[in-house]
Ligand binder design. Structure first.
Ligand code: IMP
Ligand code: MG
Length: 186
């Protein structure tokens, strides 16, 4: 697995430090909703598995965790194929504040799709927290007002800390690019 890596973009210590900072900012923002018993934390599976697990342990607030499953890069894709196979959203979101946690903001399709669903479910407020944001996401028009971003990265395909290629490499502790031969399969 290590031999497949081209370059480490963000190492595990930098990730841990940034996650702690994001946690502190989110606590200040979300404490009123949590105090009112209205906060729901919604990790987008599977990519945000480790990010969400680390982040929520920096949120000393009262909330339920309700994961949602969405896929837009099935198999060996390195370009978004559109949002697919989204689970039904959980019940009981009416009037809640929802913290949506995702691994990466790329075309924005996944987050857009979920925000629409959440608005239809009658949520009071959606706050988005993504660990990574690609260059392309900074130039496309994006309707998301309330968002927290861990790191801005170039438009490269990355793996590790939850992010996968064909289901693999999620367990790398750092965020890295893969060697070209691995992605092209030659
Ligand atoms: P978007 O819908 O295009 O914004 O893509 C978001 C989803 O695509 C993320 O939740 C990831 O699961 C996946 N994704 C986007 N870029 C990458 C990448 O560089 N590596 C691995 N997965 C990615
Ligand atoms: Mg994902």
């Amino acid at each position: 697995m290590q031999g497949d890596i081209d370059r480490i973009l963000i190492d595990r210590d930098s990730i841990a430090e940034r996650v702690e900072q994001l946690g502190a900012a989110l606590v200040a923002d979300l404490a009123p909703a949590a105090d009112a018993g209205n906060l729901v934390v919604m990790p987008v599976m599977t990519g945000s598995l480790f990010f969400a697990a680390d982040l929520v342990r920096h949120l000393p607030l009262s909330f339920r965790i309700l994961p949602v499953t969405v896929q837009s890069y099935p198999g060996r894709q390195v370009k978004s194929q559109g949002v697919q196979g989204a689970d039904e959203l959980p019940e009981g979101l009416d009037g809640r504040t929802v913290l949506l946690i995702d691994d990466i903001f790329d075309s924005g399709g996944t987050i857009d799709y979920l925000i629409q669903g959440l608005n239809n479910a009658g949520v009071a407020r959606v706050v988005v927290c993504v660990l990574l944001r690609k260059e392309i996401a900074r130039v496309i028009e994006c309707p998301i007002e309330e968002r927290y971003v861990g790191f801005d990265i170039p438009d490269a395909f990355v793996v590790g800390y939850g992010l996968d290629f064909d289901g693999l490499y999620r367990n790398l502790p750092d965020i890295a690019t893969l060697r070209e031969e691995i992605i092209s399969g030659h």
